[in-house]
Design a binder for this molecule. Structure first.
Ligand code: ASP
Length: 311
């Protein structure tokens, strides 16, 4: 049985050490740990990377702590509008979904698009119809309502500000992106990536971020790496971040650490904030961010587990 490993993120942001209550910090770390474990249990039984990334992301989508699924932020219309993508590095197959309001686990809908349709990206009502026909769990949009997120939206909706985030145990004015993502290597040597998000608080209705754009927020190729991004999506789209990391490894022979650092520098040069998790086919993990914090965790090829928020 070959090496296997997994890494996740729960979003990058401006949280500073000491500004979040110890209780809240534990809650975040426990949920990250649970998500890692869900994916790792699959990998340790010779399961596939694609199953592992989907399972880990579903745990984070079902938690109100993160801006994806149940914890999604509100758009400028006061609606939760979600995006997600998944990619299999073994065969470069990919599926993505954008602007959905009723699919409980958008990542599973992305996977259904990858496996049960001839397309890569479905959006809006068509995507919802597809998810329903594929047998996925459909919920009333009120399922995604969260009081803290709603307060956050009310505080920003009239001033065109897009991502100031405060919630229970988190200081006012904190920027937190909160998208969730996972990358994994399985014992067969295949890698995969998955990303799911509610986008950015108070985003314009119909706005689609980087998460469901293959090559921008999500990418996987066995030859190079699997990548899942978080941050100001527009900058990640303009820099084609996930594919650029892969291209630097493929065409310039950079290591995963060198490639991720190089591309994140380009994001910062344009003024963009965020981070990512990436893994290569040997199980090397890279999780850089140019913000104060990034919810993140991994279990490496030695079986060592880490979860953390701050630098
Ligand atoms: N990248 C996501 C987007 O722009 C937001 C985030 O990471 O929180 O939709």
């Amino acid at each position: 049985m070959g090496n296997y490993a997994i890494a996740i993120h729960g979003g990058a942001g401006s949280l500073m050490t000491g500004t979040v209550t110890a209780e809240k910090e534990k809650e975040f770390n426990d949920k990250l740990s649970e998500a890692l474990q869900a994916g790792y249990n699959i990998l340790s039984k010779e399961g596939t990377a694609i199953d592992a990334v989907e399972a880990a992301v579903r745990v984070l989508e079902d938690s109100p702590l993160f801006n994806a699924g149940k914890g999604s932020v509100f758009n400028s219309d006061g609606i939760n509008e979600m995006d997600a993508a998944i990619m299999n590095g073994k065969n470069l197959r990919a599926g993505a979904i954008a602007e959905v309001h009723t699919v409980r686990n958008p990542i599973s809908a992305a996977r259904a698009i990858m496996e049960k349709s001839k397309h890569v990206l479905l959006a809006s009502t068509g995507a919802e119809k597809f998810a329903k026909e594929a047998g996925l769990e459909i919920v009333d949009p009120s399922y995604f309502y969260d009081d803290n997120r709603h307060k956050q939206w009310l505080a920003t909706k009239d001033n065109d500000s897009i991502n100031s985030w405060a919630g229970d145990g988190i200081p006012e004015g904190t920027k937190k992106h909160g998208t969730v993502g996972c990358v994994a290597l399985d014992s067969q040597g295949n890698i995969a990536a998955a990303t799911s998000t509610g986008g950015i608080n108070n985003k314009k209705f119909g706005r689609v971020g980087d998460s469901p754009i293959i090559g921008a927020g999500t990418y996987a190729n066995n030859k190079t790496c699997a990548v899942s991004c978080t941050g100001e999506g527009e900058y990640f789209i303009r820099n084609v971040v996930a594919y650029d990391i892969s291209a630097l490894m493929e065409y310039k022979g950079l290591t995963i650490a060198q490639a991720t650092a190089e591309v994140l520098k380009k994001v910062a040069l344009l003024g963009g904030e965020g981070g990512l998790v990436a893994i290569d086919a040997q199980g090397n993990i890279s999780a850089p961010f140019n913000t104060n914090s990034m919810f993140r965790g991994w279990i490496n090829t030695a079986g060592e587990k880490f979860t953390g928020i701050f630098r």
